[in-house]
Design a protein around this ligand. Structure first.
Ligand SMILES: Cc1cc2nc3c(=O)[nH]c(=O)nc-3n(C[C@H](O)[C@H](O)[C@H](O)COP(=O)(O)O)c2cc1C
Length: 328
C-alpha cells in the first residue's frame, strides 16, 4: 500500500484522488477490501441522537462528494460516512489547479468550490447503497445562488434527500463559495435555521440535523451559534471545516494559495474550537480537523467530540490509518 501512496504523490492531486477511490471500488467489487479491514468482532456499538455506530471514526464531507464510493469506504471499517457537499444543480467548481497537497506539513489546501454532480445523482447512489452503517449527507448551495435562493438551495436538497440520509449536515463553512461563510452571522443563521426547521416540520423529518462551522469564527460568534442551535431542533455541530489562515504551513509558495487548509496544521485550531464548544454546551459534536494518528483521534474525543471525522489524514496516510485508530 505504501508503494501506491508514494506513486500517488507524483500525480496531480485530483487525479490521484479519483484513481485511489476508483481502485477501492474495484477492490470492493473483487471482495478484496477485507485485506485492509482486519477484525470486526471487537467493534462496540454505541448510540448518538438515535443513531447506532460501530465505532466513532467517520469520513469527512468532500471525500465522497457524490456518494460514488459508499460501499467501498464502508467496507474499510469506518463507523459512519458523510457524503457531499451536494448542491441542487451539478456544478464544476473553480478552475484547476485547485487542490494542493503539502507532504512536508501533512496538509492540503483546496479551493474546489463544491464541484459535484448534483442532488439527483447523489440520491440515486444513496438509494442503491449496500453499506449498513450510518450515512450523513452534507448539503450546500450552488455558487450562482444568492440571498433567499441560497436558503432555497438548502431546503431543496434537504427535502430531496431526507428519506435516504441518516442525518443531514447544513454546511455554511466552505471558504470556497463566495459569501457562504456570511451565514455564520446572527440574522442570516437565524433565518437559515428557522427555514430548515419549518421544512423539517412540513416533511415530518425526525432525524438529526448538524451545522458545520468554520474554525475561523471568534469565540463570541461561536457562543452565539451555540445559543441559536440550542434553541432550535438541530442536534449539534460539526467542528470544523478548513481554515483560511495558512500561517502555520512551512512552504511559502503554498501559503499564498487561496483556499481552505486542512490536515495537521489545523489540528490544534479545530480542537481548541471543540473544547470551547464543549465548555459551553452538552450538545453532540462531530469533531474534525487534522487527525493524522490514533493520538489525534483521542485528543479530539478528550476535547469533547462525540464522533470524529477524517479527510486529509486518510489521503496522506492511506487506509491503514483507520485500523490504527480503531483497532490497534
Ligand atoms: C479536498 C477537500 C475537499 C473538501 N470538500 C468539502 C466539502 O465539500 N464539504 C465540506 O463540508 N467540507 C469539505 N472539506 C473539509 C473536510 O470535510 C474537513 O472539514 C477538513 O478537511 C478538516 O479535516 P481534515 O483535516 O481531516 O481534512 C474538504 C476538504 C478537502 C481537503
Amino acid at each position: 500500500m505504501n508503494f501506491f501512496l508514494n506513486i500517488f504523490k507524483f500525480l496531480p492531486p485530483e487525479y490521484a484522488h479519483s484513481i485511489s477511490l476508483n481502485s477501492l471500488n474495484f477492490l470492493y467489487k473483487l471482495k478484496l477490501l477485507s485485506l485492509f479491514q482486519i477484525k470486526k468482532d471487537d467493534e462496540v456499538e454505541f448510540n448518538l441522537c438515535g443513531m447506532n455506530f460501530k465505532n466513532k471514526l467517520g469520513t469527512a464531507a468532500g471525500l465522497d462528494k457524490n456518494g460514488d464510493y459508499i460501499d467501498a469506504l464502508g467496507e474499510l471499517g469506518f463507523g459512519f460516512l458523510e457524503v457531499g457537499t451536494v448542491t441542487p444543480s451539478p456544478q464544476s467548481g473553480n478552475s484547476k489547479p485547485r487542490v494542493f497537497r503539502n507532504y512536508e506539513d501533512n496538509a492540503i489546501i483546496n479551493r474546489l468550490g463544491f464541484n459535484n454532480k448534483g442532488i439527483d445523482y447523489l440520491l440515486k447512489n444513496l438509494k442503491k447503497r449496500k453499506y449498513k452503517g450510518i450515512v450523513g449527507v452534507n448539503i450546500g448551495a450552488n455558487k450562482t445562488s444568492k440571498d433567499d435562493q441560497r436558503i432555497n438551495d438548502y431546503l431543496l436538497c434537504f427535502e430531496k434527500i431526507h428519506e435516504y440520509a441518516d442525518y443531514i449536515t447544513i454546511n455554511i463553512s466552505s471558504p470556497n463559495t463566495p459569501d457562504l461563510r456570511d451565514l455564520h452571522n446572527k440574522e442570516n443563521l437565524k433565518n437559515l435555521i428557522s427555514s430548515v426547521e419549518n421544512k423539517s416540520i412540513e416533511i415530518n423529518f425526525q432525524k438529526p440535523i448538524f451545522l458545520k462551522i468554520s474554525p475561523d469564527e471568534s469565540d463570541e460568534s461561536i457562543k452565539m451559534i451555540i445559543e441559536l442551535v440550542e434553541n432550535s431542533s438541530f442536534s449539534g455541530l460539526v467542528a470544523t471545516n478548513t481554515t483560511v489562515n495558512k500561517d502555520s504551513i512551512t512552504n511559502e509558495k503554498l501559503r499564498n494559495e487561496e483556499g481552505g487548509l486542512s490536515g495537521q496544521p489545523l489540528m490544534e485550531k479545530s480542537t481548541n474550537k471543540i473544547s470551547f464548544i464543549r465548555s459551553n454546551t452538552d450538545m453532540p459534536i462531530i469533531g474534525v480537523g487534522g487527525v493524522m494518528s490514533k493520538n489525534d483521534f483521542h485528543t479530539k474525543i478528550e476535547a469533547g467530540a462525540n464522533l470524529v471525522q477524517i479527510y486529509t489524514g486518510f489521503i496522506i496516510k492511506g487506509p491503514k490509518l483507520i485500523n490504527q485508530i480503531i483497532r490497534d
